[in-house]
Design a binder for this molecule. Structure first.
Ligand code: GAP
Length: 507
């Protein structure tokens, strides 16, 4: 009837589906929620675990040169001094004194309103897909309201980090529309603080880790001494990280508690870092495609050399086309030997390796692919979500929502459906098959409602296959009907063929 496609309001549709079908809920919702925190429901936790497991299997288990660790979330506070996070893990913050709203200065834009070459006021707008357009519209409204005659110049969009001291008092707050209440930007440290032990004084301050990476650096020597590893090799981990983001937004894209999957790949100081950097960019892109993200949604962004930290040799982000714009998904950074050197200096424990060939010690360099699991989760939902018009059994047109998830990550791999629930022989056969599949794959048994309705329920949660047990199964050759989610095509297959299909596609 129609081809499956993403609706105009894709983000709204994805958030609504995520809630309706138990993928993601706002945290503590019965108390009104808490901004920047989310819970994963029964299907969400499966999808998330599948993405994490795919990453772990491909990144660690199926490679001979990467080992895994799981380090503590709260580490010695000196870790974060040495890494530079205590001094520098900040975002520029602007307060509105009137409304008590807070903004990230680099997401709050302003422009002078220039009429006939003269600045007659200022307008502001929060970053959006069309920030310049919003500023231009605000400038036109400003001119009209003040009844100023003359030629309005195009706006010059700048963010608040670029505002001159004399401009700040003239820029209107986006909350009130009035100037005079915005503060100059100040550095806001995004690490969550806590206290360890019974004391509440400065000596007890510790931090919830803002990245998992430092765990790998701090354990570098312990892994080298125990892990039978040889350069080049990587240390990987997955786990929660915490950042007190000023403006968490776009659902789970930018939250305050999220999960990272990071790997530190250590190479010889004389090795070709650019070659390894390229290798890991390609590896990450291929991996994203292997879990179903379309190539057309992926791109690369090279950080500008002049904006890199002094120790960084290069950073490339793999970008994803989200409904709210093209945004960073996975950062691949060539960090030199900065982190290990910092920890060697701060701890007094050398972090070098002995090179048998040159008989010299050196501190390895590192390439770091770092990705947010929640961001992949969101990308998978957005790329997979589609709607189309189909005919039901009676020939009526209805909307089909389908989540085209890769079998690798789909929360349920196969649904087992007896054709009729009041035929004990169909039910018994279906339940036996269900029990057999469940030993190895996530499966779902459903006997309630018309078969078409049961298919739709599975389509909406991304189940790649449904198998129906009908009279042919029990009376003839034991074959079942396999119905494929995306094409909705059906064919008869044997149980052995079903398991072969699952083995091949779910890995
Ligand atoms: N160790 C390097 C590091 O943490 P990053 O670019 O700050 O680098 C890595 O973070 C990845 O973590 C990002 O590419 C993104 O996928 C994810 N991430 C960062 N902040 C996040 C947030 N507030 N919410 C969700 N994911 C986030």
């Amino acid at each position: 009837m129609s081809t499956p496609s993403a609706p105009e309001n894709l983000m709204e549709a994805v958030v609504s589906l995520a809630k309706r079908r138990g993928f993601v809920f706002p945290s503590s919702e019965i108390y009104g929620g808490i901004n920047g925190f989310f819970d994963y429901g029964p299907l969400g936790v499966e999808l998330k675990k599948n993405i994490r497991d795919c990453w772990w299997n491909d990144m660690v288990r199926r490679r001979d040169d990467v080992v895994g660790v799981e380090t503590s979330i709260i580490m010695h506070p000196k870790v974060w001094e040495a890494s530079g996070h205590v001094a520098g893990f900040t975002d520029p913050l602007v307060d509105c004194k009137a409304s008590k709203q807070r903004y990230r200065a680099d997401q709050l834009f302003f422009s002078p309103v220039i009429v006939d070459g003269k600045t007659v006021g200022y307008v502001s707008a929060l970053e959006s897909d069309d920030t310049a357009g919003a500023l231009q519209a605000a400038a036109e409204t400003f001119k009209r309201k003040k009844a100023i005659q003359g030629q309005l110049a195009p706006v010059i969009a700048k963010d608040m980090t670029e505002a001159q001291p004399d401009e700040i008092a003239l820029i209107p707050s986006p909350a009130t529309g009035e100037p005079g209440s915005l503060t100059p930007p100040r550095a806001f440290n995004m690490m969550f603080e806590t206290h360890v032990g019974a004391m509440r004084d400065a000596s007890a301050i510790a931090y919830l880790r803002p990245e998992t990476a430092q765990g790998m650096f701090v354990d570098f020597k312990a892994v080298v001494d125990t892990g039978r590893v040889k350069l080049p090799f990587g240390i990987a981990q997955t786990g929660k990280s915490f950042r007190n983001e000023i403006t968490p937004r776009n659902f789970i894209f930018r939250s305050r508690e999220f999960e990272q999957m990071e790997m530190e790949f250590f190479i010889h100081e004389d090795d070709d870092w650019a070659k390894w950097h390229r290798y890991w960019i390609d590896w990450c892109k291929d991996w994203l495609k292997s879990i179903g993200l379309p190539d057309s949604h992926l791109s690369e962004y090279d950080h500008l050399k002049e904006k890199l930290a002094f120790y960084s040799k290069g950073t490339t982000d793999i970008m994803f086309k989200y409904p709210f714009g093209v945004q960073e998904l996975w950062g691949i950074a060539a960090r030199g030997n900065y982190d290990l050197t910092q920890h060697a200096n701060a701890s007094g424990k050398p972090q070098d390796i002995f090179d048998e060939a040159t008989k010299k010690k050196f501190v390895p360099h590192v390439i770091e692919p770092a990705v947010g699991l929640d961001r992949i989760f969101l990308a998978v939902l957005c790329a997979g979500y589609a709607e189309e018009e189909v005919k039901d059994e009676k020939g009526n047109v209805e909307k089909r929502t389908v989540l085209r998830l890769s079998p690798r990550v789909a929360p349920i791999k196969v649904a087992v459906l007896p054709l009729l629930k009041n035929k004990p022989e169909l039910v018994a056969r279906a339940q036996a098959l269900y029990a057999k599949i469940k030993r190895k794959y996530a499966a779902f048994y459903d006997e309630a409602g018309a078969i078409g309705r049961r298919y739709r329920r599975q389509d909406e949660i991304g189940t790649p296959w449904c198998v129906t047990i009908d009279f042919e199964t029990i009376e003839k050759d034991g074959t079942v009907t396999l119905r494929e989610r995306d094409s909705m095509q059906q064919k008869r297959i044997t149980e052995a063929e079903l398991f072969a299909l699952l083995d091949e596609q779910v890995y």
